[in-house]
Design a protein around this ligand. Sequence first.
Ligand code: DP6
Length: 362
Amino acid sequence: MYENSRLIIDSSNIPDAGSITWRSPSNIAIVKYWGKYGIQLPRNPSLSLTLTASCTDTQLEYTLKEGNLDGKIDLDFFFHEEENEPFKIKIVAFLESLLPVYPFLKQLKLTIRSGNSFPHSAGIASSASAMSALALCLCSLEDTLFGTLKESAVFDQKASYLARLGSGSACRSIFPYAAAWGETSQWKGSSNEFAIPMENHLHDTFKDLHDDILIVSRAEKTVSSRAGHALMEGNPFAAPRYEQARARFSTLLDAMRVGDLEVFGKIAEDEALTLHALMMSSNPSFTLLRPASLSIIEKVRQYRADTGNQVYFTLDAGPNVHLLYPGDIVHEVRAFIEEQLEEHCEDGFVLQDWVGEGPEEI
Ligand code: DP6
């Protein structure tokens, strides 16, 4: 939808070198995206909270080359100050796939330096923060060179679109507090191509939510999200799953509008367990949950029953458990984590995060 062969550098009055840096956060899905088709299009609408502490800083440096439009992407890539060949190969493939949208990329020598706020081996997916940070840098670059993305809503939509092409969930990280991705009759302007902001449809309760991430294992996932999505194609539960996700999405929208934390929490937990049930019922089946993940889930349920405190769990495509709870009980919940949950975490590692205002240019 954004293909544009006119985005070619042909004027001498643009800066021939420059640098752009964005910090972009990770996000945690409440209704999950699991299953895709075509070029990174989701089988069902998803909705996520935008985090703060788990983020990626990406700096994009560019220098104008002597116009060689048949050339290839010319990139140096550094991750945490070191050249990283596997990441570089992925980024080059991504940038090459963007050439119909951004033909000018062939006219530049690019250097990208990227780094995550969380330890590299924290067992936390970084594709959402990394791809959204890169997409934002590219949109800033377009605007610097051509002045075509002055309006912030237009800028954000394009950044979300580009981020999606890098990693589906990344398209939701562009927006503050919460974002929804995927076409639904309930939301005018919703799309499979990019996410939309939820800020104006959100009760304040959800702007003050914590997400403490209990790191059960730092090990890299045995099955990638990409492979997991692909396995949904043969999953016997796929069709009813997509229906279920639509129904939950609709209920969640209402709950988040009126501030119903209980309905929100129930959906978050049901979605987490459904996601992992889908993995277990894939062919071949795979299991990313660890015994410690289940111990934590049991304790959270018990804690909620004992105290009435609104603490809910969710899971990503991995064994780590996210605890979602409102800001006014932070001290009690942190004590609970310390006393009862840290023992299930690798080296007692807990990453404290919270819902935040989204990416910033730095
Ligand atoms: C379980 O966005 O990582 O986190 O599009 O292949 O890069 P790709 O997949 P990815 O999948 C995320 C799946 C999830 C749920 C979610 O974030 O909605």
